[in-house]
Design a protein around this ligand. Structure first.
Ligand SMILES: C[S@@+](CC[C@H](N)C(=O)[O-])C[C@H]1O[C@@H](n2cnc3c(N)ncnc32)[C@H](O)[C@@H]1O
Length: 276
């Protein structure tokens, strides 16, 4: 698949998630267990804690916490942080701090064994993010950046959804790619366009042992859950409410006309590196 164009970051989009924090939590997919195991094996944390940036409602936090990982979670939106606190209430080793990563002042810098960013790296200031990561990690500390993406299994459904999106001006719907277009190479044809961190990390030069993994699973989304998931995405949130409602209703009609719901290949791409 040809690389997609660079994502134009609309700063409004990074802060819309809290408008629908509960919907986000109820509909967004989490991350697969093998990904969590891969990250923990790579980081070999020992007694050190992990720092999670843009933790949202805890889609990644919860499985890492369940594995016993001590975590400091940074999340700028108070409404997302409320749900995160609820979702991690049974894990006393999870600490939630509210604010953007760019303003975060660690009490002890260069101490974390792992920095995680799950579907959030692309929202961090591109001019400062590698400095901030480097400043937070202990020597040899790991960085794990990951994203979920999807491919539609049914070609006819894919075409019908593309037609609805064209009519309503939606350019980058998560059902925009057929499952057949995803190869085996992580970062190729996915994540958030233009955000795969490999080139930036190599240019930075302070990291080593770069690795990438792609995890696949199949998932059938019921219509309601899928449409709810769409409504939680930033590029749907920034549409005018009426336009969004028309687009979501049109999408739901197509899904229902094709037997209800949507079968997706769920892909999770993971990027790993460690400080020298
Ligand atoms: C797509 S959500 C991902 C949330 C969660 N990690 C997940 O995988 O579901 C992106 C999150 O990044 C947060 N975010 C946006 N800008 C940020 C920043 N500058 N620093 C830290 N987090 C940020 C948002 O508030 C939101 O919760």
């Amino acid at each position: 698949m040809a690389p997609r164009e660079q994502l134009e970051i609309d700063p409004r989009r990074s802060r819309v998630f809290g408008e629908v924090a509960e919907l986000y939590d109820a509909t967004r997919p989490g991350y697969p267990e093998p990904l969590v195991r891969e990250v923990l094996a790579y980081a070999a944390l020992g007694r050190r804690a992990a720092l999670e940036v843009g933790a949202g409602t805890g889609k990644a936090t919860v499985p890492f916490a369940a594995a016993g990982t001590p975590l400091v979670c940074i999340e700028p939106d108070e409404r997302m942080a409320d749900v995160l606190r609820r979702n991690t209430a049974s894990s006393p080793q999870v600490q939630v701090e509210v604010g953007p990563f760019e303003d975060w002042l660690p009490s002890e810098s260069r101490s974390f064994g792992l920095l995680l960013a799950a579907t959030s790296w692309h929202w961090l200031d591109p001019e400062r993010r590698w400095d901030l990561v480097h400043g937070a990690l202990a020597p040899g500390g790991a960085v794990a950046l990951f994203w979920n993406l999807q491919g539609v299994r049914d070609a006819e459904l894919h075409a019908a959804l593309a037609e609805v999106d064209r009519r309503h001006g939606m350019a980058n719907a998560p059902h925009g790619e057929p499952a057949s277009s995803f190869g085996d190479v992580p970062g190729n044809g996915g994540a958030v366009p233009g955000s795969w961190p490999d080139a930036e990390c190599r240019r930075d030069g302070r990291f080593t042992d770069l690795r990438a993994h792609r995890f696949r699973r199949e998932h059938h989304w019921a219509t309601d859950r899928y449409v709810g998931h769409l409504a939680s995405l930033s590029h749907y949130r920034v549409l005018a409410a009426e336009q969004r409602e028309r687009l979501l209703a049109g999408t739901a009609r197509v899904l229902d006309a094709h037997g209800g719901g949507i079968a997706m290949e769920q892909i999770s791409d993971l990027f790993l590196a460690r400080t020298r």
